[in-house]
Design a protein around this ligand. Sequence first.
Ligand code: GUN
Length: 292
Amino acid sequence: MTLIDGKATANVIKAQIAEEVKAIVAAGGKQPHLAAVLVGHDGGSETYVKNKVIACEQCGFKSTLIRFEDTVTEEELLACVDRLNGDADVDGFIVQLPLPKHINEQRIIEAIDYRKDVDGFHPINVGRMAIGLPCFISATPLGILTLLQHYHVDTSGKKCVVLGRSNIVGKPMAQLMMQKQYGDATVTVCHSHSRDLKKECREADIIIAAIGRPDFLTADMVKPGAVVIDVGTTRVPDATRKSGFRLNGDVKFNEVAEKCSFITPVPGGVGPMTICSLMKNTLAAGKKEFYQ
Ligand code: GUN
């Protein structure tokens, strides 16, 4: 069994990005600039955004954090998006999700200029991704593809089960694993209403679990030699931790790991790669790689 080290892989890639940024700036080019909008004080979102700002420093990017209280109105948030769309110094920006219930998330996403949408959530980027055109690919699926590549996991022609159908992970992951230029696999998407979910998993060469249910994938659901990618990051209470919680994946790691050829841990697997992919997208935005 090979443990896929997302943290180490992300560090290698961030170092490569930092080298490239150094060369761009030395040649008189513009330092890439990522802005992040954070609404409210949700613990998970605070941590993610803090880690994104740290990653920007590691990559040599400029970063700006814009905060709002969770009483912010949709109009105020839209005005902020508008301002960032028009700010020539900002190459890309993200609005951290989830947003408070009184704000229409989709309306905010669609207000973002797709050329600055480094999260890859805008319908133009989602659509271009689905038909294999250059675009910003959402960070978690891109991070998983990068990990599979980095560890030379052969996906072509393999049976891949994606657990979960979210817009951020499940759907784009399935699209990418299916496409010839990325996964080139035979893909099945399973969700809360799938019949025979266990059977589908047992037949899979690759399982990507993004269902948000701690310890959901157990050893009896995994074929010997399978590749298991765990996207789950549920906070579960843990009195032995200073924080009072720990991050739990969707995979019952101890029993599943024994059966796998490759597996990602939680934390230290997909999570660091997600942030690293956002950095890749920000560099691409700075270089105007996909759009003018
Ligand atoms: N919330 C959970 N994951 C993400 C992400 O990748 N981007 C944003 N903006 N919000 C998130």
